[in-house]
Design a protein around this ligand. Sequence first.
Ligand code: F0G
Length: 461
Amino acid sequence: KKYVPEPFRIKMVETIKMTTSEERDVAIKKAHYNLFNLASEDCYIDLLTDSGTNAMSHNQWAGIMRGDEAYGGSSSFYKLVNTAKNMFNYDYIQPVHQGRAAEKVLFPLLLEKGKVAISNMFFDTTRAHVELAGARAIDCVVEEAKDPSDRKKFKGNMDVKKLEEAILEHGPEKVGLVVMTVTNNSAGGQPVSIENMQAVAAICRKYHIHLNIDAARQAENAYFIKRDEEAYKDHSIKEIVRLMFETGDTFTMSAKKDGIVNMGGLLGVKDEEKFSELIFKIKANTISFEGFISYGGLSGRDMESLAIGLEEALEEDYLDYRVGQMEYLASLLDDVGIKYQSPVGGHGVFIDAKAMFPHIPYNEFPGQVLAIELYKEAGIRTCDIGSYMLGNDPDTKEQLEADFEFTRLAIPRRVYTQAHLDIMAEALIAIQKRAATIKQGYKITWEPPILRHFQAHLEPL
Ligand code: F0G
């Protein structure tokens, strides 16, 4: 696959430090083999996340200077709200400081002890907010998502049959919320089709269940729909975005991804009249947790640059380049038979660590093993999306076994070049060659009760 050239040129650069293998061995040990604990200075290529690590455009930086810092009713607030209302066709838009803030504001209004929430797949913080609200989270992703070598399109989809069975099993009145995560991050940035979103919406209507869209990577999802869903190939990206959002009652969005900013989030309500009571409570929670409703934890300048970033993320040349980077890296791996969640998704390449280390069991965390090796090999920081991230059962406290053991190379937007992608592939190839000599994984020596992967300490076995 040919590299899709950047539809931009570089105006400002940031120096990155080169490290030696010896320095990295010391740093990772000091970080208790948890890559979240590394200093970014000790990372040559930082693929820990695509969240808040994006490069803003000159127009966004100009917006930073224009930001209106008024406490009430700033012009940047109105600019953001009007952009989002128009883009998503929603009546009410609430800025918040990031995605999990939107979850914290909304989820307790819909969930409580004894209730369940069902998703194609919950992201880790989203699952945590379901549990913090007292409820339990259920994933119903399509079966093919669990086979990294199955190249079916739209592997992020909800299994609608499983969804309906889960609703009937728990009773519709016990299901407080259905969440459609687009793209499906935990399954590998896999897209969700319009057809699937509409089918899920129909089921939610049938059983009177609230449908929330977790819209962190909505622009990338729209791109895949245009490319791969026959019925929408002649629609514009903007039209597709509106069709996607039409299926939800509300959306929560981490704008740190497809908002192409470093901080920000949104919460949207489609129908102001139908949900007037809910909006009232959203405002109250926002004021308590985030700040007054006209800034929601953001500076005026953050809102201004987000309004601009939301538009830039929907440009087709940008999206061609963006998804093109994933395809380029994936094609280098295809050449040497390194397995990953395929076809490649929108925001990263998720390496199948189970395939690379078949001899390392889930409770020794193969995804974390590969993440540590990538750091040692080339100073590349990635993260585990597998059993290490999934954690323990909230009731029995037993280690859960994830459906897959991925190491995620999340690619920040507009940050790294073709040469950086080549280095990633070379490092993976070197590790693949010595994979059999890495005999054992890691054990956890300390962990907090919730979202443990961010903070836990590990030791090699
Ligand atoms: N939903 C999805 C699908 C996400 O991927 C994330 C964050 C969130 C919600 C929470 O948003 O971080 O702004 O509070 N994902 C990041 C990641 C952290 O690395 O995938 P947040």
